[in-house]
Design a binder for this molecule. Structure first.
Ligand SMILES: Cc1cc2nc3c(=O)[nH]c(=O)nc-3n(C[C@H](O)[C@H](O)[C@H](O)COP(=O)(O)O)c2cc1C
Length: 318
């Protein structure tokens, strides 16, 4: 990314506040929220995209990590938010400084529930050491040189108790965060339904714009969550993996979207194992299990392309 000229940031906070409808947002997703996928979902109706979670300590320390972990291009439209995992103020601040001018904001991951994250003081474990969150937001605002349009946000989960959750979020708000994203589950919840009722209460209690996340699988869900919570943005993760065109109103991934995905992956590159998984999910509702397993069995992109040309009714690459 560092070969690119720096560019002015698009102000996500302003967009959230001024848009007539809640912004449609693609969640950060490890392995998948890479340049081709971000460009794909944007083509199909997303207003804001996030990068995958990036470890701020190695990003800060290693140029090789930086060129591997954060790839953008001149054709990628903002807002793009870079999400960092951090367990120290310095790592977050230094890593953030390195992406100013190449994206539109940074986000602190306070939601990852995985065992390594909880053990090492990253992700959702920060919810239980909130002073670190406060300090990270404050020191970002004090130390990182950025224009006012460049945002600092935090992606959080719920605590067990709603009034404690609201109290925590208010304190984060008072540290100068631009907006917050809320995955409305606690760190212990897995496939239980997201707690959108709690979100509605939270939105009423905060001044900063809130992005609602959890269980948005189609445009109907988008409208339901928007009506119930009054959030300024609706974020989808698994829904967009299954159907990157969901915000454009498609019920299932249309063939044109699959073809666009192939074009973008060929142009910008995508890890082949992740590519196959993503492809598998995208066609899950349209293809039989055996067809999908055939995709997973492909050993290379050229083998995949041969399978695709023979089995999908597409002119792509012909
Ligand atoms: C494959 C995958 C990778 C994810 N990676 C991240 C990540 O890097 N950072 C993050 O904050 N959340 C991550 N999440 C959580 C999602 O951003 C989101 O909060 C969660 O899936 C709930 O949204 P959903 O109900 O729309 O899936 C990931 C989720 C999935 C399914």
């Amino acid at each position: 990314m560092y070969e690119l000229p720096k560019r002015p940031a698009v102000d996500t906070r302003r967009l959230l506040l001024e848009s007539e409808w809640p912004l449609k947002i693609c969640a950060p997703m490890v392995r998948f929220s890479k340049l081709p996928f971000r460009m794909l979902v944007r083509k199909y109706g997303c207003d804001v995209t996030y990068t995958s979670m990036i470890m701020s300590d190695s990003f800060r320390a290693s140029a090789a990590k930086r060129s591997h972990e954060f790839i953008t291009c001149q054709d990628e439209k903002g807002p793009v938010i870079t999400q960092f995992a951090a367990n120290t103020v310095d790592d977050f601040v230094q890593a953030s400084q390195l992406v100013v001018g190449y994206c539109d904001g940074v986000d602190l991951n306070c939601g990852c529930p995985q065992r390594w994250a909880m053990h090492d003081g990253y992700g959702a474990s920060l919810l239980y050491s909130p002073r670190k969150i406060f300090e990270i937001v404050r020191q970002f605002n004090n130390q990182v040189q950025h224009e006012s349009a460049f945002t600092i946000s935090v992606k959080l989960r719920l605590l067990d108790n709603l009034s404690e959750t609201i109290d925590l979020y208010r304190q984060i708000e008072s540290c100068g965060v631009s907006f917050i994203g809320i995955h409305s589950r606690t760190h212990k919840m897995r496939s239980e339904p997201a707690e959108h009722d709690q979100l509605a209460e939270i939105v009423k209690s905060l001044q900063v714009p809130v992005i609602a996340n959890g269980d948005c699988f189609n445009l109907n869900d988008y409208h339901k969550i928007a009506d119930l919570t009054k959030a300024k943005g609706i974020m989808s993760a698994r829904g967009l993996l299954e159907n990157p065109a969901l915000f454009a109103g498609y019920e299932n991934t249309p063939l044109c979207c699959i073809e666009d995905f192939l074009t973008l992956c060929i142009k910008y590159g995508f890890n082949f194992v992740s590519f196959k998984k993503l492809f598998y999910w995208m066609i899950e509702r349209n293809c039989s299990k055996s067809e999908r397993l055939n995709i997973l069995a492909c050993q290379s992109m050229s083998q995949f392309m041969d399978y695709f040309k023979d089995n999908f009714n597409s002119d792509f690459g012909k």
